[in-house]
Design a protein around this ligand. Structure first.
Ligand code: SF4
Ligand code: SF4
Length: 172
């Protein structure tokens, strides 16, 4: 499944098509967030409704695109939890799985994530990093504060793409 090009989320956005759709929508999305700052500061309820709708129509186990293509930023607390779950010392965990990137952030050494299993389940689900638990961030407060990140994430995650398109439709 991981290597297949026939990967669909259950809402049927083809993950091969998604980056193309997101690229096409990007200029309009940038303008939309710029022009509607005031409306968007008050739009969390609508964002969360859209999040609930599109998340419920999406089966992440048929997708796992975030785990295959994005590296979460990892905190010390995440390292302790992941290492403990694997009965490893944090330093040994770091040496086996992590590196520090050019911005000084801890990230996984390789992608897809080493804990993504062949059935798209997460091997350390209960102890996964905070960034994994919070992705795709469409249910967070003050969504307007992460407009640029979300426009970027729309190319990876169909939920984000659909939430942004839904917002444009409702607020235009
Ligand atoms: S959060 Fe988005 S990218 Fe990640 S598995 Fe679910 S639909 Fe796919
Ligand atoms: S730790 Fe789990 S949830 Fe996070 S990227 Fe890896 S497989 Fe995905």
């Amino acid at each position: 499944m991981r290597e297949s090009v026939f990967i669909f989320c259950s809402n049927m956005i083809d993950l091969v098509q998604l980056p193309k759709l997101a690229k096409q929508a990007r200029p309009e999305s940038i303008l939309f967030f710029k022009k509607n700052k005031k409306k968007l500061t008050d739009a969390d309820r609508l964002v969360h409704e859209l999040h609930d709708k599109y998340s419920s129509e999406t089966d992440c186990l048929l997708c796992a695109n975030c785990c295959r293509t994005l590296g979460p930023r990892i905190t010390d607390k995440d390292v302790s939890a992941m290492a403990k779950s694997l009965r490893m010392k944090p330093s040994a965990f770091y040496n086996s799985y992590l590196r520090t990137d050019e911005d000084g952030d801890m990230v996984f050494q390789s992608l897809p994530c080493p804990f993504l299993m062949s059935d798209n389940y997460c091997m350390i689900y209960e102890n996964r990093p905070k960034a994994c638990r919070e992705y795709p961030h469409t249910d967070r407060k003050k969504f307007y504060q992460i407009a640029n990140l979300s426009i970027q994430n729309a190319a990876t995650c169909s939920v984000v793409y659909q939430v942004i398109e839904g917002l444009k439709e409702k607020l235009h």
